[in-house]
Write a new protein. Sequence first.
Length: 337
Amino acid sequence: MQRARHRVVVLALPGVFPFELGIPAKAFGLARGPGGDRLYEVLTCTPDGRPVRTSEDFSIAVEHDASVIATADTLIVAAIDDPIGVGDPLPEPVAAALGRLGPGSRLVSICTAAFVLAAAGLLDGRPATTHWVHAERFRERYPRTPLDPDVLYVDDDDVLTSAGAAAGMDLCLHLIRSDHGSDIANRVARLCVVPPWRDGGQAQYIARPVPDASGSDTAGAREWALRQLHQPIKLAQLATQAGMSVRTFSRRFLAETGQTPGQWLTTQRLELARRLLESSDLPVDRVAEHAGFGSASSLRQHLAAAIGVSPAAYRRTFQGRDREPPSRQPVNAAAAG
């Protein structure tokens, strides 16, 4: 008999980060249907069911061993504190645990757990990401994995990877959104007091020289732009809103968001279009107008470039009709909405 709820199993390995370990239980545990029913069941396990030390000064005890992985619809491997020390090949108990995942199930890594998946050969030839601090070491060690260190997460159909720490929450919200739509994912985000999506990728978190401090930041201009998405917005207008020259504004905008103003505007227009496609029956050309794309053709081109589907296909998927296979393209959290 098939379970009514999607089962998420979280694998805790020695050196697990407590924060990242708790993210899936929190996010998926808060996801509820219209009647208040839980949409997910979350189980936590270790390879042998015994307690494991964490990255801090305490250990954790769990209720399950790796046998529950065979029942998982989604397996999430939580981040560990010493990814460089991951055995290659993996220790037999860890490899055996990952080997229990059944066909058709999703496999997810949070932050440095991408090293675990790569050591198991599960990321060979597949796009992935991990914490930017470890990106170069990852590339050296696993050259067969196309690594993108600039995004918050990568969705490659049944294998998904996230960047550091809080990006694990971004990825969990993305999974909930993909499974059940934006309304439920946004409610989970509100309950967790986090944004439903974040601008830009890891680029905005990488250490870099402090930009010129003259003038104000770009937040006010971004807030203004969000209220004007239905009409053309020029770079000079944004710079005026921030009280800066175009050159200074462009430089500071990139430093703060990890995107150029043009890229950021396209991302916001796509997010608005996706919300309208999910929540309204507006014709595609009207959605395009509201989101500032001007024409249905322009919206189709931008949506296809971002997530690989047409507006009609996206609407069918997220309004619950005739679900189509998801794109296998790497997905930036900002573009994922």
